[in-house]
Design a protein around this ligand. Structure first.
Ligand SMILES: Cc1cc2nc3c(=O)[nH]c(=O)nc-3n(C[C@H](O)[C@H](O)[C@H](O)COP(=O)(O)OP(=O)(O)OC[C@H]3O[C@@H](n4cnc5c(N)ncnc54)[C@H](O)[C@@H]3O)c2cc1C
Length: 365
């Protein structure tokens, strides 16, 4: 059997983004994905394409995120051209609302640090509660202030996942669901990846399996540890009128419902949502926007974030360049970079981005 040129393990947003980028570069790609019951951050996230606060403590991450926001329109054009699908990107600016003065002060310091890194590429404002209510009189009195970045935005994460799947298939990628990789070993010419459906051989492997990467990473020589962080979310019935703002905790999805999120909790691997957290989310939403008081919540859910030790992505590769590990939180925000820039690094092209700072050696050096 001929070995697949590149096998990507994991068919979430990250694996499919990398797959699409490699296919665009003319590389043959097979994606081995797990089962329906897997933990899948790509199916449960909040949908932000967000810059505020990202990389305040880690300059390369701030720059990488900023580049991702710039590249998102090009990603949408590519997806539209290949699949005819829209993902409803809206980059008209976003707010972070604060009901706690200390949290606002801390976040403002983060933005100042991020501004030192990004300069004019991070326009932002800090607004008092009064200034905010002049802009949006419907904001509740408990909101003490807000920050605003005109570059922030959101997209429909489920439509993105669908468009990525379609694009990979339309460009000739071999996408195989229910192919959980249980074991990997090196062969003379590459790798053998064992799945319940049989072994798949590959010249090159890119491990993008989210939380499922943990048992496989050491088999490829990687040391990175990721851990789950549970987030709970709500969505309301559809509203007939548009919400006049986007925020990091309240956003109106393109179909009309208001999504409210997200908590952050280290609660093991359980994907179950809880009454305590969902009630807290509902209270928060009504504090920010009292008019939501009578709007019905139609669904709540929880999903597990994939967090590295410092919260920034890991892009690591073996010395011979045949094994790669790609893992991150904010995989939706970074999708544009994962499609349009990361494959150049995987291909070791002359115009590849310098990703050395994201190597896993940062955790040990
Ligand atoms: C509550 C919440 C809110 C979020 N909000 C945002 C946001 O607003 N903006 C943003 O940018 N990001 C957000 N994120 C993060 C974003 O969802 C993730 O970064 C992204 O979805 C990660 O994609 P992934 O492909 O790495 O992982 P997953 O989506 O978890 O996919 C991993 C895939 O690997 C497969 N797999 C696992 N093990 C194996 C194996 N052994 N063999 C083969 N396949 C395997 C699984 O079946 C799965 O399909 C949020 C996440 C959560 C949980």
């Amino acid at each position: 059997m001929k070995a697949a040129e590149t096998v990507i393990i994991g068919g979430g947003i990250v694996g499919l983004s990398v797959a699409l980028g490699l296919l665009q570069a003319g590389v043959g790609v097979t994606v081995l994905d797990g089962e329906d019951g897997d933990l899948r951050a790509s199916q449960g996230n909040f949908g932000l394409v967000w810059l505020q606060g990202k990389g305040a403590q880690f300059a390369p991450y701030a720059r990488w995120t900023s580049a991702a926001l710039d590249s998102w329109p090009a990603l949408c054009t590519l997806l539209q051209d290949v699949t005819g699908q829209q993902v409803h990107l809206d980059q008209t600016g976003g707010y972070e609302f604060f009901t706690d003065a200390a949290e606002l002060a801390d976040f403002t310091s983060d933005l100042e640090r991020q501004k030192d890194i990004l300069g004019n590429d991070l326009p932002y404002e800090v607004l008092s509660g009064e200034a905010l209510r002049k802009r949006f009189p419907m904001i509740g009195p408990k909101v003490l202030g807000a920050t605003y970045c005109p570059l922030d935005g959101h997209a429909n994460p489920l439509l993105l996942l669908r468009a990525l799947r379609l694009a990979v298939q339309r460009l000739g990628g071999d996408l195989r669901p229910n192919h959980r990789v249980t074991r990997i070993h090196r062969t003379e010419s590459g790798y053998a990846l064992h799945t319940p459906q049989g072994a798949v051989t590959a010249d090159r492997v890119v491990l993008c399996a989210g939380l499922g990467a943990m048992p496989l990473a050491p088999q490829l020589g990687f040391q990175t540890q990721v851990h789950p962080q549970r987030g709970e979310l709500l969505i309301t019935e559809k509203l007939s009128s548009p919400l006049p703002f986007l925020s990091s905790t309240i956003r109106q999805v393109n179909e009309g419902g208001v999504q409210i999120g997200g908590t952050a909790e280290n609660a093991g691997l359980s994907p179950a949502d809880t009454l305590a957290k969902t009630a807290w989310l509902a209270r928060h939403a009504v504090e920010v926007l009292p008019a939501l008081d009578h709007v019905r919540v139609v669904r709540s859910w929880a999903a597990q974030r994939i967090k590295t030790q410092d919260g920034a992505p890991v892009y690591a590769r073996s010395n011979d360049g045949t094994a790669h590990l790609v893992t991150c939180h904010s995989g939706l925000t970074l999708a544009a970079q994962h499609v349009l820039a990361l494959p150049k690094w995987i291909e070791s092209r002359a115009d590849a981005p310098d990703l050395e700072a994201f190597d896993e050696t940062r955790f040990t050096v």
